[in-house]
Design a protein around this ligand. Structure first.
Ligand SMILES: NC(=O)c1ccc[n+]([C@@H]2O[C@H](COP(=O)([O-])OP(=O)(O)OC[C@H]3O[C@@H](n4cnc5c(N)ncnc54)[C@H](OP(=O)(O)O)[C@@H]3O)[C@@H](O)[C@H]2O)c1
Length: 278
C-alpha cells in the first residue's frame, strides 16, 4: 500500500506513476488553475491530470514552472481530444499540448474517448510518440472491455493505463478485473462522483468510524482496489484533505459495504454513446 503522495505504481513498461494526483477538469485557465496546481505541488502532489479540452494547459505549465520543483520529479498527463483523433491530427494535437504546457515531454498521453472508428489510427500516433521518446507512457481513457480487446488485437504496444469513471456508484468490477489481468493500470476519474457521494449514509457512517471524511474514505477505497485516483479541488484545504489517506486502512468488510453501493450510475457520458467532438 502506498504511504505518501510520492508513492508510485510501476506500469507495464517500467514507468512509475503516482497513485494520487490532482485533476483539473473545469478549472479555469489563468489564476484558478495556476493557484490550484501550485497548492497541490506545495502540499506534496507530484501528478497532475489535464487534457486539451480542459483548455487550461498553459496555466498548468505556468504552475509547474513557478512551483520550483524540477520537471523530472513530476508526472504530467494530457489527452488528445475527440476532434483531433486520427494519425496526423493526433501528432499535431500532441505538439500543441506540449507547447501550451511549455514542456518537452509528457509522462502520460491518453486517448480521451474511444469514439467509433478512429482510435486505432490515433493509437498508432501515440505509439510513434512513445517510440520517439516524446512521452514516457501511453494509454486510453473511457475504454470498455470491447474497445480494449479490439485495440489490443491490432496494436504493437499495449496501453499502459485506462482512465475511467470509477466511484462507489460505478464500481466497474468486470473492467477492473480485465485491466488487472492484462496489466493495464486503471485510473479513476470523478472519484468523488463530482461531489455527489458526500452525503451517502453508508459512507458517512464509515467515515465516522475511521475519523475521516467521506472524500478520504472513497479515495482510500480507490487505493485499496489498486486504482490510481485524481480528485479535483480548487481549494487548498481540500487538496490537503484528499491526500491525507495514507494513515488508515478500510477493513475487508467496509470495502465490501462500499462495493455494494454500486448502481452502475455515471456522472459523465457512457463510452458507447459519447459522440461530442467526433
Ligand atoms: N478522462 C475523462 O473523460 C475524465 C472525465 C472527467 C474527469 N476527468 C479527470 O478526473 C478528475 C477528477 O474528476 P472530476 O473533477 O470530474 O470530479 P471529482 O474529483 O469526483 O469531484 C470534484 C468535485 O468535488 C469537490 N471536492 C473535491 N474534494 C472535496 C472534498 N474533500 N470534500 C468535498 N468536496 C470536494 C470539488 O469542489 P472544489 O473544487 O470546489 O473543492 C469538485 O466540485 C478531473 O479533474 C479530470 O482531471 C477525466
Amino acid at each position: 500500500m502506498p504511504t505518501s503522495l510520492k508513492d508510485t505504481v510501476t506500469l507495464h513498461n517500467g514507468v512509475k506513476m503516482p497513485w494520487v494526483g490532482l485533476g483539473v477538469f473545469k478549472v479555469s485557465e489563468g489564476e484558478e488553475v495556476v493557484e490550484s496546481v501550485k497548492a497541490a505541488i506545495r502540499n506534496g502532489y507530484i501528478s497532475i491530470d489535464t487534457a486539451a479540452i480542459y483548455k487550461n494547459e498553459e496555466g498548468v505549465g505556468q504552475a509547474i514552472r513557478e512551483s520550483g520543483v524540477p520537471r523530472e520529479e513530476l508526472f504530467i498527463t494530457s489527452k488528445v481530444w475527440n476532434s483531433d483523433q486520427g494519425y496526423e491530427t493526433t501528432l499535431q494535437a500532441f505538439e500543441t499540448s506540449l507547447n501550451k504546457l511549455g514542456l518537452d515531454y509528457l509522462d502520460l498521453y491518453l486517448i480521451h474517448w474511444p469514439g467509433v472508428d478512429k482510435y486505432k489510427d490515433t493509437w498508432k500516433a501515440l505509439e510513434k510518440l512513445y517510440k520517439d521518446g516524446r512521452v514516457r507512457a501511453i494509454g486510453v481513457s473511457n475504454f470498455l472491455i470491447h474497445h480494449l480487446e479490439d485495440l489490443m488485437s491490432d496494436c504493437e504496444i499495449k496501453p499502459m493505463v485506462n482512465q475511467v469513471e470509477f466511484h462507489p456508484h460505478l464500481t466497474q468490477k468486470e473492467l477492473l478485473a480485465f485491466c488487472k489481468k492484462e496489466g493495464i493500470q486503471m485510473e479513476a476519474w470523478s472519484p468523488l462522483k463530482q461531489g455527489q457521494l458526500l452525503n451517502e449514509p453508508v459512507l458517512v457512517d464509515i467515515a465516522h468510524k475511521y475519523n475521516k471524511s467521506v472524500a478520504q474514505v472513497i479515495l482510500r477505497w480507490d487505493l485499496q482496489h489498486e486504482v490510481v485516483t485524481i480528485p479535483k479541488s480548487i481549494k487548498e484545504h481540500r487538496i490537503i484533505e484528499n491526500a491525507d489517506i495514507f494513515d488508515f486502512e478500510l477493513s475487508a468488510e467496509d470495502m465490501e459495504k462500499i462495493d455494494a453501493l454500486n448502481q452502475d450510475s455515471r456522472a459523465g457520458s457512457h463510452p458507447d454513446t459519447m459522440r461530442v467532438g467526433f
